[in-house]
Design a protein around this ligand. Sequence first.
Ligand SMILES: [Zn+2]
Length: 454
Amino acid sequence: MFSDIIASKRQPSTSAQYCSRAGLPFGSASLLIKVMSSQPLVIGKFSLGMGDRFAHEAEAQLAACLAAKQHGVEIVPVWNKSNREHNIIGSEPTSTRTAADAAVKALGWTAPYFLDADHIGLKTVDRFVGVSDFFTIDVADFIAQPADPDAVQAFVDRHPELVGTITLAGIDRPFTTSRADVERTAAKFLLAVQEAGKVYRYISSVKGVGRFVPEISMDETDSPQNPPELLVILAAIADEGVPIQTIAPKFTGRFNKGVDYVGDLAQFEREFNDDLCVIAHAVKQYGLPANLKLSVHSGSDKFSIYPAIRRALAKHGAGVHVKTAGTTWLEEVIGLAEAGGAGLALAKEIYAEALSHMDELCQPYATVIDIDRSKLPAAAVVNGWTSEQFVGALRHDQQNPLYNANIRQLIHVGFKVAAKMGPRYLEQLKACRVSCARNVTGNLFDRHIKPLFL
Ligand SMILES: [Zn+2]
């Protein structure tokens, strides 16, 4: 872990408030080595979450970040795997650590990298505490659970600046809020923020303050959080003393797994810009860490909003964390199919199995997929496909008439099928290494990193 700390980029302070609260020395560059071990871990401006379900693609993923670096842009790789994914696959977070460290070593990556305990809570965090240095504290389940009315009143009393006309730099129309609005928002989110505080303090008690990057996520819930709500949430997070470096709200529109964004592009762009202004304001007003940035969950494959994100980042000089995960597993299956022979046969078997266990596979992901079952071909039809047909259906190229977003979503949630195949799946991954790696790297670099950052 020390290597992470050494590699960790030193940035000018999060905020004086948090540094003094954490008792962390902020030395000059000349003190670099001496104070390195007590420097807080700080994530850089641009970071990419990457999921590696079967722990075979870390090198191919890192190669995409390396390519970005060669183009002059540093993208911090963050390997993420949720508790749910570990449970479905039957893996432990140590396997993610081993794979990431090995990839870093193999490619000679000297810049920072992180391991994200993705979507954890108090009940699930323990298995991650030793190996992770980034924690996505998921409190979506606590949203709208009633907070203590006295705590809500105390919050609103403490924050008169949230009531009335709030003018934020970069936003043309000021927010206008009444005390009742702020009470309503606080009542909806305060318990969730308090829960995040509990989880944060628990992780800190084990790892030490500043030894990890904390994120709070609220994306896996029914309704999006609008920019005025985000401001209230950030005020509450600051009150709770959680020095978050990334926050994952639920944005407007559909962020289905592995496919493009569905929603109002203009509204998304407006709200994304407003969120950036809210964050910049909250950093100053509430002393949150200076590098606080948005985290876009289910961020892979959202090609239609990447131009808007890119414009907004440039306009505000802001950073972002874009979380991708299952898109890499889809590239593995594409790599198998592209290799032909036994690889293609296994890819077809995965489709057939996924099709016959569709209800079970879709259930945990019901809110983040939209599969039109009438557009899923029968297994017998797919069994007759060539490599080109299978790859064309699965690869996320909307210009290709063979592309089928329904097949893509089904395979996305179908990784349990491969987990059940066990060594048989892993052997094919090895046999088809070249085509899998080519697709994994190409997908992250050409379809994600390039349009977002280069
Ligand atoms: Zn999420």
